[in-house]
Design a binder for this molecule. Structure first.
Ligand SMILES: CC(C)(COP(=O)(O)OP(=O)(O)OC[C@H]1O[C@@H](n2cnc3c(N)ncnc32)[C@H](O)[C@@H]1OP(=O)(O)O)[C@@H](O)C(=O)NCCC(=O)NCCS
Length: 156
């Protein structure tokens, strides 16, 4: 629990909820929305875990990560549009990082679109450093695909 937020595991029966959170976050950006089958396949793959963020008993955000040995990747993170700019994203990221650190992860990677200033600011403030760039990585509907910046955080 941090600042009124609580974290719980994303259950195997909550695929529709996770897909809805993903759709509300990434649909407006023109990204392909992860359907329940996509999320089920991810959760079934080695090292992947899902977490839900709650505020006042409501599920307001989620994150998926993949861990392998002492490295992990943040596959996605999202907060409901109605609950943004209230510290939820920062709290969710901090709790994910804490869990990974406790599990022995030493380095966390992620990718963020060059056209995503909200997420970029969140990661910058959390201490992530840019370490690479992937050209035309994110589909953006009718608009040209956006490059991704690869970022890394040392969890020591
Ligand atoms: C990115 C996201 C998770 C942030 O969630 P949030 O709950 O609004 O974030 P917070 O309120 O905790 O904000 C933490 C910091 O992030 C930055 N930030 C968040 N939203 C921002 C925005 N719209 N513009 C600029 N900076 C922003 C700020 O530095 C903010 O700190 P501040 O409020 O003290 O200025 C949310 O905007 C989201 O779900 N976006 C769609 C999905 C997405 O882009 N995920 C990341 C993919 S890489």
């Amino acid at each position: 629990m941090a600042d009124g937020f609580a974290l719980r595991a994303l259950g195997a029966l909550e695929l529709d909820l996770a897909s809805e959170l993903h759709r509300d976050a990434f649909g407006p950006m023109g990204e392909r929305v992860w359907m329940r089958q996509d999320i089920a396949e991810l959760l079934a793959s080695p090292g992947v875990s899902g977490l839900l963020l709650q505020a006042d008993g409501k599920d307001i955000g989620f994150a998926l990560c993949r861990a392998a040995a002492d490295e992990a990747e943040l596959l996605t993170i999202a907060v409901r549009p109605s609950h943004r700019r209230l510290g939820a994203g920062r709290a969710l990221l901090a709790m994910v990082v804490d869990r990974l650190r406790t599990a022995g992860v030493r380095t966390l990677f992620l990718e963020v679109g060059v056209d995503n200033p909200a997420a970029s600011a969140l990661y910058d403030h959390a201490g992530f450093q840019a370490v690479g760039r992937r050209a035309a990585y994110y589909r953006r509907g009718q608009a040209p695909a956006a490059d991704a910046i690869v970022m890394r955080l040392a969890l020591n």
